[in-house]
Design a protein around this ligand. Structure first.
Ligand SMILES: NC(=O)c1ccc[n+]([C@@H]2O[C@H](COP(=O)([O-])OP(=O)(O)OC[C@H]3O[C@@H](n4cnc5c(N)ncnc54)[C@H](OP(=O)(O)O)[C@@H]3O)[C@@H](O)[C@H]2O)c1
Length: 302
């Protein structure tokens, strides 16, 4: 398993970790992933997976890097402190390695949220602070509001079909040594990436390199400087296959084929901002509608 630096912290984390959104596989697949070197687990208070993560890391807590998130409706100071304690209880640990704001929320001042997180570092309950889904202006604001500790990571969607972060965010993170933690690196389901592959490049490259399609997709992702990925697999088979995406690199020719052959989109900042304004209840309904569209249209709206 290859490792990448975590921000400017001086520590390194595995380039393939274990995502747990919608996770229902029990402790065994997570333990198999940890045994295979994916010693980075991503969870969140809203995922409902902190309990099983706590079970999976029992007996090996010191060797696992645990990342969790405070929800967007818990971003006031007292709420952050209480949410962290609840996460610690569910994870059955004394510290969170990476505590992340799940999503910005205009209703709570960012400075207040991050100030509370810095207090959690001082209290020894959190080691490092990160953000997910922050744009460049939001990252600038976050970095400027930190009093003592740096923002070490930004967790954002990145895969062969959604390359929105290449519009400026990836370069910004690389320039400022903020680790990009790529979520949905398999496209949230592999079929979505096949939908963007009219010439069957994925299968072609997999055959040429002697790896599986999921390994090709993940390796493309972590081949980018400063990027680690956290695929979610519900079975031991999927988790181990995903761990096999590290320890080697796609040859330049196959990398180029993927870059040129897979149809991708880049969400604009405007599109992302518009999505955040949608009421929470509208998102599942809209996702259902998008799912019914033909692949070519779905790709553009997803
Ligand atoms: N910060 C955020 O806002 C945010 C948002 C979304 C996700 N995340 C994080 O990122 C993690 C990963 O993203 P994600 O769960 O959206 O999607 P993902 O990892 O891109 O894809 C998960 C899907 O891929 C399948 N899969 C996994 N390994 C496979 C393999 N080797 N072969 C074929 N299919 C495979 C899984 O099936 P099975 O389940 O059947 O194994 C599941 O359907 C999440 O779990 C979460 O920790 C964060």
């Amino acid at each position: 398993m290859n490792h990448k630096p975590l921000g400017q912290t001086g520590i390194a984390i595995p380039e393939i970790g274990l995502g747990t959104w919608g996770y229902h596989g029990g402790a065994e697949p997570l333990r198999a992933g940890l045994d295979a070197g994916a010693l980075l687990i991503d969870t969140a208070e809203s995922y409902g997976s902190e309990l099983v993560v706590g079970e999976a890391i029992e007996g090996r807590r010191d060797r696992v890097f645990v990342a969790t998130k405070v929800s967007r409706n818990h971003l006031r100071r007292t709420e952050v402190l209480a949410a962290a304690d609840e996460s610690l209880r569910r994870l059955r640990t004394d510290w969170i390695d990476l505590y992340q704001v799940h999503e910005p929320n205009a209703a709570a001042p960012l400075e207040e949220t991050l100030g509370a997180m810095e207090d959690l570092v001082d209290a020894g309950k959190v080691r490092f602070i990160g953000v997910p889904n922050f744009s460049v202006p939001e990252l600038e604001r976050a970095r400027n509001s930190m009093r003592k500790y740096p923002i070490v990571s930004n967790q954002v969607r990145y895969n062969l079909a959604d390359r929105s972060i290449e519009g400026g965010l990836l370069a910004y993170c690389q320039a400022h040594e903020i680790t990009v933690i790529a979520y949905s690196p398999l496209g949230r389901e592999l079929q979505r990436l096949h939908d963007c592959d009219p010439r069957n490049v994925l299968a072609e490259v997999a055959g040429e390199v002697g790896k599986s399609v999921s390994q090709i997709v993940l390796n493309w992702c972590v081949s980018h400087e400063g990027v680690v990925a956290i695929p979610k697999g519900n079975s031991i088979e999927h988790v181990l296959e995903n761990c096999g995406a590290s320890g080697w690199r796609l040859p330049a020719e196959q990398f180029r084929k993927l870059d040129e052959g897979i149809l991708f989109h880049r969400r604009t900042e405007f599109n992302s901002a518009l999505r955040r304004l949608l009421p929470a209840g509208a998102t599942p309904f809209l996702k259902q509608c998008v799912r019914r569209l033909p692949p070519s249209l779905r790709r553009r709206l997803d």
